[in-house]
Design a protein around this ligand. Sequence first.
Ligand SMILES: Cc1cc2nc3c(=O)[nH]c(=O)nc-3n(C[C@H](O)[C@H](O)[C@H](O)COP(=O)(O)O)c2cc1C
Length: 360
Amino acid sequence: MAQLSVDLLGVKLKSPFVLSSGPLSYSADSLLKATRAGAGAVVTKTIRLKKADNPFPHMVRIAPGTLLNAEKWSDIEAEEWITTEIPKAKAGGAVVIGSVGHTKEEAEALVGPVAKAGCDLIELVAYDEDSMIPMVEAARKQTSRPILAKVSPNWRDLPRVAADCRRAGADGITAGDSFGPTLRLDIDTGRPLIGSDYGFGWLSGSAILPIALRSVAEIALGPGGPIVGVGGVTKAEEALEMLYAGATAVGVCTAAILFGFDVFGKLNDGLSKLLDARGMAGIVAARGFSLKHLSKGERKVKLVFTYDAETCTDCGRCQDYCPYGARTVKRPEMTLDEDVCRHCGYCVSICPPKCLRATW
Ligand SMILES: Cc1cc2nc3c(=O)[nH]c(=O)nc-3n(C[C@H](O)[C@H](O)[C@H](O)COP(=O)(O)O)c2cc1C
């Protein structure tokens, strides 16, 4: 059985899955539920000097695996986190990452007390990259605990931002946050789906997985260092992709909201099986596995297709949806018109039983 334990900046996690900051991290009880369900660490809801006052509604499921939200930081006071919730979560056995936002002044005031309350690590979160570096510098003066800087996929040039954060004193990077601003509308009322300014909100879950993977990979290829990969992971396969892209640990927020705390047990079991099937003894073997394939330069070698008539269900998708009409399937025969095929690879990606494959 593959080893799921990881070392995150000197802190031992029994699982690489981390409950990311969000509605399920609103209290110690909730952090402990995630821990008991199998999360290796849990991030508190972001703690600020003033508690949040959220618009209504502020969290809507807009597509499978995907949420739109305008939830702000913690709606309980910093003092309560420091005196009650963090000590309680620690006493219950959670590995606690204290999330502090969003300004230098708040890092100065809160990082020390939040760390002293018992947090194993600190995670800093900011609305823009200009606030992040002063926050990291201020936080570094307050604690010797490991500091994660949470960067946003909305920021340009993440490798540079990550390198700046590391230089300012961050030990690792959390990549990343929800994506936006974005908008969805109700076609009966014409109103936005959430009650924020202009109805704009932040996208999380399945829709942002490719964005998060890109963020993690470009930081791994750039300054490197420990990365908590966050964004869109709902299944073990996606978590493995996150590790392949260079993540040390994998954050999960939306999947736990949508599917419940049980998702952590399922992710642990699934990841363990996927690692076993690949002969990987643990998380370290998977970390950065794909980076050698991520290099500048386009591939110009044409695809080599294989077709397995035995597993083909004759659904006809490869034929009907080829933009160029290049493929004809009449089970057990499959033909390809090489003169019109552009080797785009789309047919392979839509084959339900994966009887059509391509190597490249
Ligand atoms: C409803 C909601 C509230 C969130 N609140 C916070 C927060 O307080 N602090 C924070 O750093 N991130 C917050 N996030 C962002 C998540 O921690 C995470 O970075 C993001 O949702 C991407 O991960 P996911 O696709 O697994 O949800 C929130 C996300 C959601 C959906």
